[in-house]
Design a protein around this ligand. Structure first.
Ligand code: ASP
Length: 434
C-alpha cells in the first residue's frame, strides 16, 4: 500500500494504534455505556449491525478464493491427509468439550434452587436426519448455495474447482496448462484483494464492537444475570478449562503460545462481540496468515471449523442440559447423558456458526432427552452472554486445529515458529499496512 502524505495525521495515528487496543477500548466503553444507559442504548444497534454485515459480506468470497487457491497448491493426497487430520481434531475436541460441560455442570448443579412455575414439555425442534445433513453438503446449484450462505456446500464446489485446477496446471497439453496458470494467478490476485478489504473493514471494528456489546449489556441488564450466575459460571469456567486444554495441545506440538495468542486475540475478541464464528472468518483467516499458515490448510480448516467445530457451544449444551434437568427436578441417566453427547456433536455439524445457533442445539437436545422445555426460556434470557464466550472458544478451537495441522504437514507453514514479531511475518498478506 502506498503511503499518502496528505492523510490527516489524526487518521494516521488511528491507523497506527494497535488493533487489539482499539477493540479493547470499544469493548470496555461499550459494556459500561450499555449498563449505564440500559434498554434505550439499542438505538445504536445499527452501528453494530453494520460491522456484522461488513464481515458477512466477506465470508463467501473469502471461502471461495482461499479454498481454490489452497486446494490447487497441494496434491490431492496431501489434501486428503489434511482433511482427515482437521476432521479428527474437531471431532475429538468437540466430544471432549461436551463431556467437560456435562461433568462440571453435574458437579456444580447450576439449576438447583430455581423452580419453574407451571409448564412441561412442548415439542422442540427435531434434528434433521444425518443423511440429509450429509447430502446437503453437495450443492445442486452452487450459485444458490452461495446466495444462501451455505458454507459447507460452497466449500464442496470450491474444493472440486481447486482439484480441477491442480490437474489443469499439471496437464501435458500446453494450452490447458497455460490456462490453468492464468486462472491460478487470477485466484491469487483475488485472495490479495479480499484481504485488503478485510483490513479496511477492521478499521471500523472498534465502533462495531462498542455498539454490539453496549446493546447486549443494555438489553440483558444486571438483574437478569443474578439467578443464572451459577450457569454463567459453569459455562465460562468450562470454556476457561478448554482454553487451558488448547494451550496444552499447542505446547505438545511445540507451537509458541505468545505468538499464537498474539495473532489469535483479534479473532477471539471479534468472535466475543459478534457471536458468530462464520462472521469472524475473515478475521480468523487473517490471523492464520499472520501465523504463517498456508491457505492449503486454513482455506479448508477455518470455514469447516466455523461450521462444524464448536467446542464452546458443546460445553454450553452439556451444561445447559444439566441446568434444565435440575430446574425441572429430573435426573439424567447415563444413557441420557450419552444421548446428549451424541446429539450435541451431531447437531453442531448441521448448525452454522451464527448468533444463537447453540440455543437451537440446546432445544434439540432437551427435546430428544424428553426434558421439559420451559427452563430453556430462562437460558434464552441470558443466551447472548453465554454466546459471546462460547463463540470465542469455538473460533479459538478452529485456529488451534489449523495451527497444529499446519505444523504436522510439510510445506504448510510459511515460516518456522519461534522467531518473528508478535504480529506475524512482514511478507504475510495480513500484516502489511494499513
Ligand atoms: N454463535 C456460535 C458461533 O457462531 C454458535 C452458538 O450459538 O453457539 O459459533
Amino acid at each position: 500500500m502506498s503511503t499518502q502524505t496528505s492523510r490527516p495525521s489524526l487518521w494516521r495515528r488511528y491507523l497506527d494504534f494497535p488493533l487489539i487496543w482499539k477493540l479493547a477500548i470499544g469493548l470496555v466503553a461499550g459494556a459500561v455505556t450499555g449498563l449505564a444507559v440500559g434498554e434505550p442504548v439499542t438505538v445504536i444497534a445499527p452501528l453494530g449491525e453494520l460491522f456484522l454485515r461488513l464481515l458477512e459480506m466477506l465470508v463467501m468470497p473469502l471461502v471461495i478464493v482461499t479454498l481454490i487457491a489452497g486446494v490447487s497448491a497441494v496434491t490431492p493426497a496431501a489434501l486428503g491427509r489434511i482433511g482427515f487430520k482437521v476432521f479428527l481434531f474437531y471431532l475429538v475436541t468437540s466430544a471432549f468439550a461436551i463431556t467437560v460441560g456435562l461433568l462440571i455442570a453435574l458437579a456444580i448443579a447450576p439449576g438447583t434452587g430455581i423452580s419453574m412455575p407451571g409448564a412441561a414439555g412442548e415439542e422442540g425442534e427435531e434434528p434433521p436426519p444425518v443423511s440429509e445433513t450429509l447430502l446437503d453438503i453437495v450443492p445442486a446449484n452452487p450459485f444458490q448455495a452461495l446466495a444462501e450462505g451455505n458454507v459447507l456446500a460452497v466449500m464442496f464446489a470450491a474444493i472440486a474447482a481447486g482439484i480441477a485446477l491442480t490437474f489443469m496446471r499439471g496437464s501435458d497439453d500446453e494450452r490447458i496448462r497455460d490456462l490453468g496458470d492464468f486462472l491460478r494467478r487470477g485466484v491469487d490476485g483475488a485472495v490479495e484483494l479480499v484481504f485488503l478489504v478485510i483490513r479496511g473493514v477492521l478499521q471500523y471494528a472498534p465502533i462495531g464492537v462498542f455498539a454490539l456489546i453496549a446493546v447486549v449489556m443494555g438489553e440483558t441488564g444486571t438483574e437478569a444475570l443474578g439467578p443464572l450466575a451459577k450457569l454463567i459460571g459453569v459455562v465460562y469456567g468450562g470454556i476457561a478449562l478448554q482454553i487451558v486444554v488448547y494451550i496444552g495441545i499447542l505446547l505438545l506440538f511445540r507451537v509458541g503460545i505468545r505468538r499464537f495468542f498474539g495473532a489469535a486475540k483479534d479473532p477471539m475478541m471479534t468472535a466475543f462481540v459478534t457471536r458468530s464464528s462464520s462472521g469472524t472468518l475473515p478475521v480468523s483467516s487473517r490471523a492464520a496468515e499472520k501465523l504463517g499458515v498456508h491457505e492449503g490448510v486454513y482455506g479448508f480448516s477455518l470455514p469447516l471449523g466455523a461450521t462444524i467445530n464448536m467446542d464452546g457451544t458443546a460445553i454450553y449444551v452439556g451444561a445447559a442440559t444439566v441446568f434444565v434437568a435440575n430446574v425441572s427436578g429430573a435426573e439424567l441417566t447415563i444413557a441420557e447423558l450419552l444421548t446428549v453427547v451424541l446429539i450435541g456433536v451431531l447437531a453442531s455439524i448441521g448448525t452454522a456458526g451464527v448468533p444463537g445457533a447453540g440455543l437451537i442445539m440446546l432445544t434439540m437436545t432437551v427435546s430428544q432427552t424428553g426434558l421439559s422445555m420451559a427452563p430453556v426460556a430462562l437460558v434464552a434470557g441470558i443466551d447472548a452472554i453465554l454466546d459471546m464466550a462460547r463463540t470465542m472458544c469455538n473460533v479459538t478451537g478452529d485456529l488451534v486445529g489449523t495451527r497444529i495441522v499446519a505444523r504436522t504437514e510439510p510445506g504448510m507453514l510459511r515460516d518456522s515458529d519461534p522467531p518473528g514479531p508478535e504480529d506475524g511475518t512482514e511478507e504475510s498478506r495480513a500484516s502489511s499496512a494499513p
